[in-house]
Design a protein around this ligand. Structure first.
Ligand code: UDP
Ligand code: MN
Length: 337
């Protein structure tokens, strides 16, 4: 383009050509810098807001008169707002019997934090007690979960029993079933004792139970497992260390029931019969035959729930209040059993 011009004209011409190129470069570089700075400031604003909320949560717990500060739950849930209450998946009603003992808060803390990672859950925490334990109420509040905190003390006749096993958690579970009858229309219910260990995959699968689903439970009896037997992809009996003439020799953690299926059976409930609670409840769901069960956990080849049992702890020894007056130990002692 500059070929036919004099030497000086050529220089001017070349400069003119170079000018827009340099301009483009400058514009590009400064735009990149502005863009980068904008993102940096946005990131700072997000983290600043989060830490502000973090502090607010801590402060509000102090204002409420709680004896300790906490931060975690609501922030964790804010990080994943779309996975929590998803109206496109059926609700899960988790019925958890619990009672006051040294391990109670530890067990409920573990289960709470599992459920916090599960969408569309309504947690029914039912205490075998005359009045609600404040520390349990506090824990439930902090989880940000949808929940009901109910009471269902074990009837005195069973509580007084000196010999033999007691029907543990039965009045609690029946209370949960009644709550579901009065409040739920669809979805799935599951009995989750406070001391078991649950894989999140379990909740993903049981949510789609049509009638009654079953799956293996690990760490049960000398066999190490309780599970439906699956042969050639079909139900072929039960593997359990204690059959005892039961039609459904399974563990409480080994099945889930559709809410509609329960609502169609107004008489269904759990008997106060130690060892036969699961069998009695499943039989009360009649008509229901074992071959109709929906087999989950990849045809019962996976273990998504474990029947863990915490070591029993003695109640904590008394605190010397004279010696430790005005220390944190006074506050901590009120948390302990
Ligand atoms: N449970 C209860 N009251 C009791 C004993 C137990 O509410 O007096 C609850 C307990 O918190 C658990 C369920 O009932 O969620 C089953 O009890 P446990 O784990 O002791 O029974 P196991 O698993 O040994 O059969
Ligand atoms: Mn247990």
């Amino acid at each position: 383009m500059c070929k036919l011009l004099t030497y000086q004209e050529k220089i001017v011409c070349k400069r003119r050509m170079r000018f827009p190129l340099t301009m483009y470069l400058i514009i590009f570089v400064s735009a990149s810098v502005v863009f980068y700075q904008y993102h940096l400031s946005k990131a700072w604003m997000i983290s600043h807001n989060n830490s502000q909320q973090f502090r607010d949560l801590g402060a509000s717990s102090v204002e409420k008169g709680a004896n300790y500060t906490y931060y975690a739950s609501k922030n964790i849930r804010q990080a994943e707002p779309f996975s929590i209450n998803n109206p496109h998946i059926p609700p899960l009603y988790i019925i958890t019997p619990t009672y006051r003992r040294p391990e109670q808060l530890a067990e409920l803390t573990r289960l709470a934090h599992t459920l916090m990672l599960t969408p569309n859950v309504h947690w029914l925490v039912i205490e075998d007690a005359q009045r609600k334990t404040d520390l349990v109420t506090d824990l439930l509040e902090r989880t940000g979960l949808s929940y009901d905190h109910l009471l269902a003390p074990m009837p005195e006749i069973y509580k007084k029993k000196k010999k033999g096993p007691k029907p543990r958690g039965v009045s609690n579970r029946n209370k949960g079933l009644n709550w579901i009858r009065q409040n739920a229309k669809n979805g799935v219910l599951y009995f989750a004792d406070d001391d078991n260990t649950y894989d999140l995959q379990l909740f993903k699968e049981i949510r789609y139970t049509k009638q009654v689903s079953m799956f293996p439970v690990g760490l049960i009896t000398k066999l190490g497992i309780s599970s439906p037997i699956v042969r050639n992809g079909k139900f072929d009996g039960f593997y359990d260390g204690w059959i005892a003439g039961r039609k459904f020799p399974v563990d409480m953690a080994g099945f889930a029931v559709s809410v509609k299926f329960l609502l169609d059976r107004p008489k269904a409930g759990m008997p106060f019969k130690p060892g036969f609670e699961e069998d009695g409840f499943l039989k009360s769901l009649e008509p229901l035959e074992p071959y109709e069960l929906e087999l989950l956990a990849e045809n019962c080849t996976k273990i998504w729930v474990w029947h863990t049992q915490a070591k029993r702890n003695e109640p904590s020894q008394p605190l010397d209040f004279a010696k430790y007056n005005n220390t944190n130990l006074v506050v901590l002692k009120h948390i302990l059993v």
